[in-house]
Ligand binder design. Structure first.
Ligand code: FAD
Length: 290
């Protein structure tokens, strides 16, 4: 299908990209990997007058690992994240989730910033940044700002981003080596969007009890969700069969999914509980996996 006509700009300075977006008066759009935007154009779900390409801004491609955590430039592609050996230990949950994102060809172009900005409720990365309490750093005509992931997603394909704002960095807090984690996703085929997915992590105190538990759900609402009822079940407990069963039930009870062509609401509600159960079982082994 042919795309609607648009003007194209490929700035070499971030300030130029901001100025172009602002001059577009809401009728200009950024293009990063194009893996969500181009289909939107083809289906006429978007028809901006101007596309502003971010590909000539190398400063947006960085991946930095330090004692403070992981900083991903918005133009870091899925394949860059998977190829960076440091992330296997610096952020194993992030890496595990990326292995579920789309297919090889799409991962060679798609970017983390594009995914966060697109805010598909069934996409893995919005759920990961929410569950990991990431910060999203942006720049626009009003200057720089840092938005907590918990505030960023406001509905399906909707975020707090202003029309002239560019995501610059995604900042993930440091990940202690001993942290327990698991990521589980159910999709019709590996690489498809999640029908339901769960990301869990917790730390352990000296007696082996969980603290700081985080449970996130993907694909079961209009945006990613933290399941605080499931977290409350886990904190202060040994993660045994009883705790896992209660967290599973709390997760299913906490979500309110819609019925769509892929699955009924009841099926998704049960599925997310099962994803939480499986994620906790893998976390418990200390070798979190997906
Ligand atoms: C067949 C197929 C299967 C897929 N499967 C999955 C999957 O399983 N899971 C998954 O998560 N994704 C999936 N995707 C989407 C893919 O991961 C995209 O790469 C991603 O959602 C968007 O990244 P992008 O760089 O391609 O962004 P683009 O398509 O270029 O842009 C997407 C949106 O983000 C905006 N944007 C881009 N960069 C920025 C920025 N820095 N600041 C502000 N706004 C910005 C754009 O203006 C646009 O509105 C799939 C895509 C396809 C085509």
């Amino acid at each position: 299908m042919k795309l609607p006509p648009f003007e194209y700009a490929c700035p070499t300075k971030l300030s130029e990209a901001v100025a172009l977006l602002a001059a577009g008066n809401g009728d200009a759009k950024l293009i990063a990997g194009g893996q969500s935007l181009v289909p939107m154009l083809a289906f006429r779900l978007a028809a901006p007058a101007l596309l502003v390409d971010l590909r000539k801004l190398p400063e947006l491609r960085k991946i930095a690992v330090s004692a403070d955590g992981v900083v991903l430039g918005s133009m870091a592609r899925w394949c860059d994240i998977l190829a960076d050996a440091r992330l296997r230990t610096a952020h194993p949950l992030l890496r595990a989730a990326v292995t579920h994102v789309a297919h090889y060809q799409i991962r060679n172009r798609g970017t983390i910033g594009g995914s966060i900005a697109h805010a598909d409720p069934a996409a893995e990365m919005p759920g990961i940044v929410l569950t990991c309490e990431a910060e999203i750093a942006t720049v626009g005509t009003a200057g720089e700002r840092v938005i907590k992931a918990a505030d960023f997603f406001v509905g399906p394909l909707m975020t707090l981003l202003e029309p002239d704002e560019i995501i610059v960095e995604i900042r993930l807090p440091a990940w202690p080596a001993q942290r327990r984690w698991g990521f589980q996703e159910f999709a019709r085929r590996r690489g498809d969007f999640a029908m339901a997915a769960a990301a869990v992590w917790y730390d352990q105190d000296a007696s082996g009890k969980a603290r700081n538990a985080h449970v996130g759900a993907i694909g079961v609402g209009d945006r990613p969700q933290r399941l605080t009822a499931g977290e409350a079940v886990l904190n202060g407990r040994l993660i045994d069969e009883a705790a896992i069963a209660q967290a599973e039930a709390a997760a299913s009870a906490a979500v309110d999914p819609q019925t769509d062509i892929h699955a009924s609401a009841d099926y998704r509600r049960a599925l997310v509980g099962t994803m939480v159960e499986r994620a906790l079982k893998s976390a418990r082994t200390g070798i979190g996996k997906n």
